[in-house]
Design a protein around this ligand. Sequence first.
Ligand SMILES: Cc1cc2nc3c(=O)[nH]c(=O)nc-3n(C[C@H](O)[C@H](O)[C@H](O)COP(=O)(O)O)c2cc1C
Length: 314
Amino acid sequence: MAEDKRGDLRVELTGIEMRNPLLVCSGTFGNGREYAEWLDLEELGGLMTKSVTLAPCPGNKPPRLWETPSGMLNSIGLENPGLERFLEDDLSWLSGFDLPVWVNVAGFSQEEYVEVAREVSRSGMAAALELNISCPNVKKGGIHFSADARVAAGLVEKVKKEIDIPLYVKLTPRCADIAHTAEVLVSAGADGLSLINTFPAMAVDIEHAKPRLGNVTGGLSGPAMHPIAVGMVWEVAGTVDVPIIGMGGIWSWQDAVEMMMVGADAIAVGTLNFTHPRAPKQILDGMGSFLARKGMSSAAHLVDMVREEAGRDE
Ligand SMILES: Cc1cc2nc3c(=O)[nH]c(=O)nc-3n(C[C@H](O)[C@H](O)[C@H](O)COP(=O)(O)O)c2cc1C
């Protein structure tokens, strides 16, 4: 793969060569088509698709979005066209690009997760899987798996047996001890982790005493959650030794660098894509200039710098 023109931002994650460490988050970039007119998809380090389930899923009833002063609430749910159409229309289209794709897999039962994961792996069109065990917007979906690390570990073991591409598991901030959850999932076979999903939240129209979202509650994303995400990546990176994709309120190249400095091997931009579809390119330019200014030869040097620095001080 050719060297990125902004400097050497190349990274390698679980054997996947990426031209830079910037991905786009699941559910915030469609499956790429809508953004292709704003951005050259081959400028991205990777793309994480919207969660796909076995059967088509209509998602939750509207309204499904609510803007807050420093973020966004969403209750989209798992709206998607189902596995068959996803493979035929979306993944085959994406496979025409020189771009590693993480297919985000969800389900309403363990069997469903396993079947979707197996078929995506067999298709040969995905670089990796991202297992969404953490969607806050489905009543009988992932949250039950992620709330109990042992149940989630059982799912990871089952999926792992059926696939031959790297398995990333996406963690929810809604757990008692995210580092412990990460440890259990890595022992069960997760090759990498992505964190964090949205934070369960709610807003109310006080004039009518009604929830703002049709689903009543939703997930908070955006800048409000960035320091929470940074803290959680820090904890998880200090506990497990697998690649971490850090996400949560990344709004600038500084946020991206910060996330890598606390231990993320790569980062993903989410809610920002809705208002600034060209933001990934600007973030990459900023990261490239920062590396050059600091005289760093590779983006990989950023990873866990805060811990290394603390070690030197002791
Ligand atoms: C509108 C919307 C839809 C989302 N859909 C999904 C999804 O289908 N699967 C998933 O794993 N995460 C989903 N997420 C969570 C994001 O991938 C990401 O983890 C989260 O938004 C934090 O990053 P951000 O603050 O940069 O948006 C969604 C987020 C938003 C805002």
